[in-house]
Design a protein around this ligand. Structure first.
Ligand SMILES: [Zn+2]
Length: 479
């Protein structure tokens, strides 16, 4: 049977110094039989820390018998912050817990967790794993990760009812267990056996130091990569959305054909990819430009209800009646129409609408000539895959030959070989990485206001939207 003496000795042997502050996460039952029960465990831990040491336990939920008992200890101080409540016993208790509820975040700086990072406190996992390590939320919070959310609660401080919202609150699922090997490799964990339990002892400042590097390299470091985990798929999408909004020179949209066959499927895939706009080319296998205005309006409304806006109606064929299509788009409340570059008869563009010409499989000079008659009123959608399929190098030839820097409103992120075969991004001859990079440097000088980057616009992508978005993210991470 485990005794108080055994526990005190084990922590001393593991290097826990007298006078330390230690945050404990525990599963009491994992210890096996303990002489004196759970109270003896708390006694032992306080003895191991000594009279100058302070014991801290997260108590924001029923996290085991020890979290209930610590609150009854003489001198226990409980933070009133309802979402990350901690209870501390010892001379530093007040200092650690003080003003926790006033902080902007539950787990960041100016909270007990930040205090521990600043002051070299110890974190102990007694019979539980990193999944229970609330201190890891500190590292998420200080990195202000885009997938974190606001959380609100009502609570009472000094008899006063307060309603407050905290920023950078953690999401529903994470893979803290996956961080353990990183900490282990950095020798940041001392592990030992106590009764039947495995105990991990770590220093908060060391965990912060090691994992900070990890999160700087990969903001998704705490997320699992199980594609069936809806929580982490959504959280990764948030990270990508944030990255795209920072790194791309325009809004990000995607081909509806690439997004899915039916509207609900499109919404789901766009959301899982962190994309908020869609370009309507095909819907349910039909050409969107051939749909009736009411049908089209229905699609726009359904998408909008799902949180997706339509960036444009894309016409994949040279139409005899471009005016009718433009008018139909207006009726369906679509603000932009993309037509293949062609010398149409005059088109009247309704107020508030934009008309773009996109190059088909043609040379830069022929696309620019078709465009020339309209260029004052319209913009250009640059499709590098089609230029490549026409045998031209899109960046080194077409972009300059057509002087498209002066007219471009949209860049399609699509790739193809010279023989027309569609490829993943930067795997064909469309110089899509070069095009993306130059637009990031130049911006879209022709446009005041919204310009557009379209995934899969005007060509096929050999894969799913999720794969295409990951492909674009890879390009962005490597430029
Ligand atoms: Zn997950």
């Amino acid at each position: 049977m485990l005794t108080k003496k055994d526990i005190v000795k084990a922590f001393k042997d593991a290097g826990l110094p007298k006078g330390a502050v230690m945050m404990l996460h525990s599963s009491y039952v994992s210890l096996g039989e303990v002489d004196g029960g759970p109270e003896a465990v708390l006694d032992a831990l306080q003895e191991a820390l000594g009279p100058k040491g302070t014991l801290v336990l997260p108590v924001f939920a029923k996290l085991g018998i020890l979290t209930e008992l610590i609150k009854q200890r003489p001198g226990a101080v409980i933070s009133p912050c309802p979402l990350g409540t901690v209870c501390a016993v010892g001379p530093k208790a007040k200092e650690i817990v003080k003003d926790h509820w006033k902080a902007d975040t539950v787990h960041g700086w100016n909270t007990p967790f930040g205090w521990m990072a600043k002051n070299g406190a110890y974190i102990c996992l007694l019979g539980c794993d990193e999944d229970r390590n609330t201190f890891l939320h500190f590292i998420e919070a200080v990195n202000k990760l885009a997938y974190m959310r606001d959380a609100s609660a009502e609570f009472v401080v000094g008899g006063k009812k307060i309603k407050k919202t905290w920023k950078y609150y953690p999401g529903p699922h994470r893979d803290f267990i996956g961080l353990e090997c990183i900490l282990r490799e950095a020798n940041a964990i001392t592990q030992f056996q106590l009764g039947n339990a495995q105990v991990r002892l770590m220093r908060a400042d060391r965990i912060y130091e090691v994992l900070q590097e990890e999160f700087e390299a990969d903001p998704a470091a705490a997320l699992c990569d199980n594609p069936e985990c809806a929580d982490c798929v959504r959280q990764r999408a948030k990270l990508f959305e944030d990255k795209a909004s920072r790194m791309l020179p325009g809004i990000l949209t995607a081909s509806s054909r690439l997004a899915g066959r039916y509207v609900p499927e499109m919404i789901e895939n766009l959301k899982a990819s962190g994309i908020k706009y869609v370009e309507l080319d095909y819907v349910q296998g039909k050409t969107a430009a051939n749909m009736k205005a009411e049908e089209l309006a229905g699609v726009v409304a359904e998408l909008s209800k799902g949180g997706i806006a339509v960036s444009a109606l894309r016409v994949p064929f040279i139409s005899d009646e471009p005016q009718a299509i433009v008018d139909k788009a207006k009726e369906a409340k679509i603000g932009m129409v993309i037509l293949p570059a062609y010398p149409y008869d005059a088109i009247k563009v309704p107020k508030g609408m934009k008309l773009l010409f996109a190059n088909g499989v043609q040379t830069a000079v022929s696309a620019a000539n078709a465009f020339a008659a309209y260029k004052k009123a319209f913009g250009f959608a640059f499709n590098p895959a089609n230029f490549a399929a026409a045998g031209e190098a899109p960046f080194s030839k077409s972009y300059k030959a057509g002087r498209f820097i002066k007219t471009m409103v949209q860049l399609d992120i699509v790739d193809a070989k010279y023989n027309g075969e569609e490829t993943e991004f930067a795997r064909g001859n469309a110089e899509v990485k070069e095009m993306l990079s130059i637009m990031r440097c130049n911006g879209f000088p022709a446009v005041k206001g919204q310009c557009v980057i379209s995934i899969g616009g005007g060509a096929k992508y050999p894969g799913t939207l999720r794969e295409a978005a990951a492909d674009l993210e890879y390009l962005l991470d490597n430029m």
